[in-house]
Design a protein around this ligand. Sequence first.
Ligand SMILES: Cc1cc2nc3c(=O)[nH]c(=O)nc-3n(C[C@H](O)[C@H](O)[C@H](O)COP(=O)(O)O)c2cc1C
Length: 227
Amino acid sequence: MSSAQVQTFDHLLQSRFSCRGYLPQPVDRGTIETIVEMAQRVPSWCNSQPWMVHLLSADARDVLSEKLVQAALARAGKPDIAFPARYSGVYKQRRSVCGWQLYDAVGVTKGDRAGSVAQMMENYRFFGAPHVAIISTPKDLGTYGAVDCGAFVTAFTLAAQAHGVSSIPQAAVAEMSEEVRSVIGLAQDRDVLCAISFGYQDPDHPANGFRTQRAPVSEVLIDVEAS
Ligand SMILES: Cc1cc2nc3c(=O)[nH]c(=O)nc-3n(C[C@H](O)[C@H](O)[C@H](O)COP(=O)(O)O)c2cc1C
């Protein structure tokens, strides 16, 4: 790899962000297929390539959106894959920081319950994205299958970014696994992992007006010496 190529890759990693406001303009089919093909280059245990990508038409997207809103209002969500039991310590703190970054960007103030619920509900209209893909993983492959699919999700977001296409993974959608399953006709032997909403970013949308930070390397890279 030349240093220019390394720089290009770094730029890709630095410029990707979770987009929460889109223009209606669709992404052409060829570009979507290229993004999926590129994302498929990620490693997976035994090269099992366990991901499946159900791409919703505009009509199917709207049907799912309506079902998700209804399920959310009825608090009827039940994910196939258990959601995190709790965020404590540094994870709680990081979650809070990025949550407040979003709220500050869209003007939700402390105690504004209606505002925070409205922003949460944006998940169920896919933040206005023209495209929604549902990523699923085979039940039999368990946690490692989900790890492989997670790698695919990340690569999808980067391949999309390389094409000027913005995206956001959404576990919130996976909470309503029954609704998702019924709209995409998902086989019973697969779990809904998450959605990826994608399209061209609306640069003027306030929700796109912030970027998240990362912990210093010293917090995650632990040197181990022989004892
Ligand atoms: C598996 C996964 C699920 C996520 N689910 C949601 C979600 O349901 N709603 C949402 O607004 N963001 C969701 N995100 C986006 C994260 O909040 C985001 O990646 C994180 O804050 C870091 O910000 P960045 O992607 O802009 O770098 C999800 C990200 C991942 C990887």
